[in-house]
Design a protein around this ligand. Structure first.
Ligand code: CTP
Ligand code: ZN
Length: 156
C-alpha cells in the first residue's frame, strides 16, 4: 500500500491546524487522561477517537486539542496511565515536534494512597508520592510511607 493511502486509513479523526495530538493512549485510560489534563473544563476544540487498533497497545485512543500546547510538567502527569503516549505538536497543519511523556519524580494529587488508614483517605489532604521505581511503577506515600504498586494505582 502507498504511504498516502496508509495515512488516509489512519486519519480516522480529522487533522487539526494548530495544537497538540496525544497519540498512543491505552483506550481504557482515555477518560482519566481527559480529566487529569483538565480537558473537560476548557473551551478549546477537542476531538478524540478510541478503541482504534494499535499493534503495541491492542486498543488505543487519540486526543486532538486545538490551540493548546502543554508544559512538560502538565503532560507528565499522564505518564502513570499512558506511559507510551506520544505528543505531536501541530503548527499550520504540520507536525513540528514530537515529544514523549516522562514519569516525574513525584506525583501530587492524582492517585489514591493504597493504605485505607492513610490521612489522605480520611481527611481533606492532597496525596503526594515519591516515585520509587518506574518499571513497574511504585509510589511511596509522603504521609504514611506505604508503597502503592502499579496494579494498586487508583485515580482520585
Ligand atoms: N495529525 C493531526 N493533524 C495534523 C497533522 C497530524 O491530527 N495537521 C496527527 C496524525 O493524524 C497522527 C499524528 O498527528 O495521528 C502524528 O502525525 P504524523 O507524524 O504525520 O503521523 P505518523 O507518521 O503516523 O506518526 P507516528 O508514527 O509517530 O504516530
Ligand atoms: Zn498514604
Amino acid at each position: 500500500m502507498q504511504d498516502d493511502q496508509k495515512k488516509k486509513l489512519k486519519l480516522k479523526v480529522s487533522a487539526i491546524k494548530e495544537g497538540t495530538v496525544i497519540d498512543h493512549i491505552p483506550a481504557k485510560n482515555l477518560f482519566n487522561v481527559i480529566s487529569i489534563l483538565g480537558l473537560d473544563t476548557i473551551n478549546n476544540q477537542i476531538t478524540f477517537g478510541t478503541n482504534l487498533e494499535s499493534e503495541k497497545l491492542g486498543a488505543k485512543a487519540i486526543i486532538k486539542v486545538s490551540d493548546k500546547f502543554f508544559e512538560d510538567d502538565e503532560i507528565n502527569k499522564i505518564a502513570l496511565i499512558a506511559p507510551h503516549a506520544k505528543l505531536n505538536i501541530i503548527r499550520d497543519y504540520e507536525v513540528v515536534e514530537k515529544r514523549v511523556v516522562e514519569i516525574p519524580d513525584s506525583i501530587t494529587g492524582i492517585v489514591k494512597c493504597f493504605n485505607p488508614k492513610c490521612i489522605t483517605n480520611n481527611e481533606q489532604v492532597t496525596t503526594c508520592f515519591k516515585v520509587v521505581s518506574t518499571d513497574p511503577i511504585s509510589l511511596k506515600c509522603r504521609y504514611c510511607e506505604k508503597i502503592t504498586t502499579a496494579s494498586q494505582i487508583r485515580m482520585r
